[in-house]
Design a protein around this ligand. Structure first.
Ligand SMILES: [Zn+2]
Length: 429
């Protein structure tokens, strides 16, 4: 294994320091470090953060390798500064058995760019009818701790209660895609004045908020851990704030696109902006930003959702919902939270690494950058700005909602257990 000295990086935005990486760990942090035979990387002006952890990635393998594979998605993740991603279960076949989650986990190990952590389905085939083999997935080599039917809501309250009871036994968490399906039949965008004007069926905020309210009550009753995926409305933030004040074991995430974009994007009828839950209003964007700032929302999670061209470049109503996120998540957080002064670098590390790792019960990620810890980290140039070019992305898909937009912050390097997966902004394999 190589020995590397990173010179003059600002750990969590603090004073410049050197970091010595050796045998996959951080061996020392200090001034003017040296080691015989060590490679040296000049990190002057760069911010060092713990490797990011995504709670919500769609890698599409097995089943839709034309849209993304574990390898291409892992490369996109590394380029975004991630060292671990949770791979959602809505693959084909669905990740609802020990066999499928172990397959995804192995593919991640083979790619070797990030730790791929499989999410197990809550119900068999994501059908919402009966519980999947949660215990077998937890006991598998993939050691699943996060369970989600994401893409679908576990809408049946009795089934949701049973899932919460079941995962409690092994300290798992149910990650809910909060969408009351009876309220979103045929929904195309946020319900409001704009949807009425555009003539598109609306997806009301209440369809999300009703499920979150129900689930925090169930989580409180059962005493189990609940995680809420992609929170998108001001009302959801209020419910979460209330639940946390009562001591409910609930955590929540918001996506980069819900931090930056609004329903106004739908006015273009460009399906790249179609997503579930939909882009909301300016007031919702302000509320989710302050929810992240005050910690009511624990994590920024990408909901990276690659789609093949034929599934996305069609009329709005026929297009599949979802957008890419891994490669631009950190720049969007810099733009929406850091530059406006809502979050400092320690806060970014907390919401994008420390808390997501804790929610997923990962060891070795989301750790402080101090001697003895695994060398999972990224180096960011906060002063760099770049215009997003979908053709240049590592993802196999091209459905980036940020195409043509200038965003701040460039990930210069990413290290997974001391090995560079990204150097000078380029993937190393
Ligand atoms: Zn979802």
């Amino acid at each position: 294994m190589t020995t590397l000295i990173i010179k003059g990086a600002r750990v969590l935005g603090g004073q410049p320091a050197d970091l010595l990486l050796q045998d996959g760990r951080i061996a020392a942090v200090g001034e003017r470090l040296s080691a015989t035979g060590a490679d040296v990387l000049d990190a002057g002006g760069l911010v060092a953060l713990p490797g990011l952890v995504d709670l919500h990635t769609h890698l599409r393998e097995p089943g839709r390798e034309d849209a993304e594979t574990v390898e291409t998605g892992s490369r996109a993740a590394a380029l975004g500064g991630y060292t671990a991603v949770h791979a959602m279960a809505n693959t084909d076949p669905v990740a609802d058995t020990a066999g499928v989650v172990e397959q995804v986990w192995r593919l991640g190990q083979q790619a070797g760019l990030v730790d791929v952590v499989p999410v197990g389905a809550v119900t068999v085939g994501l059908k919402g009818e009966r519980l999947a083999e949660l215990g077998a997935m937890a006991d598998s080599a993939a050691r699943v701790r996060v369970f989600s039917d994401d893409g679908h809501c576990v809408a049946d309250p009795a089934l949701m209660r049973r899932a919460l009871e079941y995962v409690k036994a092994f300290d798992g968490v149910v990650a809910q895609h909060a969408e009351e399906p009876r309220l979103t039949v045929g929904a195309q965008m946020n319900e409001g004045d704009l949807s009425a004007r555009l003539g598109l069926t609306g997806w009301p905020a209440a369809a999300e908020e009703a499920v979150i309210a129900r689930d925090v009550l169930l989580a409180e009753h059962v005493g189990a851990r609940l995680h809420v995926c992609h929170v998108s409305t001001a009302g959801s933030v209020e419910i979460l704030r209330w639940a946390k004040s009562r001591g409910v074991r609930v955590t929540a995430e918001v996506t980069p696109h819900h931090l930056l974009l609004t329903e106004a994007c739908a006015g273009s009828y460009d399906p790249v902006f179609k997503v579930n839950p939909p882009l909301r209003t300016d007031a919702d964007v302000a509320a989710v930003r302050s929810g992240v700032a005050d910690g009511t929302i624990d994590a920024v999670a990408t909901d990276h959702a690659p789609h093949a061209v034929e599934d996305k470049e069609s009329e709005w109503a026929q297009a599949r919902p979802g957008m890419l996120g891994l490669e631009q998540a950190l720049p969007v957080v810099v733009e929406t939270l850091v530059e406006p002064g809502l979050l400092d670098w320690a806060g970014v590390a907390d919401r994008m690494s420390v808390r997501p790792a804790a929610i997923g019960r990962l060891t070795g990620h989301g750790r402080p950058l101090v001697p003895g810890e695994p060398a999972n980290l990224l180096l960011l140039d906060p002063a760099a700005r770049a215009v997003v070019d979908p053709a240049a992305l590592a993802s196999r898909s091209r459905n980036s909602p940020y195409a043509g937009r200038e965003l701040p912050g460039r990930v210069v390097a990413t290290f997974l257990r001391g090995t560079a997966t990204v150097l000078d902004g380029k993937a190393q394999k």
